[in-house]
Design a protein around this ligand. Structure first.
Ligand code: CO
Length: 221
């Protein structure tokens, strides 16, 4: 790249990202000279965010938080899958090392993953496998969902029920049960973000006193 003489339409999208990054870094530094030095030494986030990969739902922007405040995991449709080593590693690290006080599962209305799971479309191999987890949530709640005639309302409701189910999945892990037993934290929150108005709606909550189905309870934690 030709230094600063480069103008927009000669730049590739990737070059633009890197240039914007430089601009951001010098702006932050001008504002607070010790910023990067300070953050490079530690992070003490209070929150773990499990959100959708959707580019329109950036955890920090919509909650007005800064780097260092939220530990983030994102995947298609904000799922907590008990065989997902990635999610479980993030959860383990956040709960046992960062000692977060809150775990938030945040879905969003208009979620492409939720919509896709409601169709009979064959998305092939890996995507079918992932969406299958959302289809299971539909089946568990079929009586309520089938009774909703309007398709958008049915999708919205599945989005809420999905978030609730994923919070339950968190409570079903030994990671959360052990932390609840020993330290009465973290609190679990199920939220749904509205793409149309930018507002987060809390739909479900669990804490150390919440009931867990006995089949998922662990002894001797
Ligand atoms: Co989504």
């Amino acid at each position: 790249m030709n230094e600063n003489s480069q103008i927009d339409h000669h730049m590739t999208p990737i070059e633009k990202l890197l240039l914007e990054n430089k601009a951001w870094a010098s702006e932050v530094k001008a504002d607070d000279p010790g910023y990067f030095e300070r953050l490079s030494h530690l992070q003490t986030p209070q929150f773990l965010w499990i959100g959708c990969s959707d580019s329109r739902v950036p955890a920090d922007k919509i909650t007005g938080t800064q780097p260092g405040e939220i530990f983030v995991h994102r995947n298609i449709a904000n799922m907590v899958v008990h065989t997902d080593v990635n999610l479980l590693s993030v959860l383990d690290y956040a709960v046992n090392h960062l000692k977060v006080q809150h775990v938030i599962v945040c879905g969003h209305y208009g979620c492409g993953g939720v919509k896709a799971a409601m169709t009979k479309t064959d998305y092939q191999h890996v995507l079918n496998m992932w969406l299958r987890n959302i289809k299971d949530v539909y089946r568990i709640n079929a009586a309520e969902l089938d009774a909703i005639e309007d398709e958008e309302r049915r999708t919205d409701r599945l989005t809420e029920l999905n978030v609730k189910e994923q919070v339950n999945h968190l409570a079903e892990t030994s990671i959360i049960q052990r932390a609840w037993k020993k330290e009465q934290r973290p609190q679990l929150h199920g939220w749904v973000y509205g793409l149309k108005d930018g507002i987060i709606k809390p739909v479900f909550e669990m804490n150390a006193k919440s009931h867990i189905d006995p089949i998922y309870q662990y002894d001797g934690l």
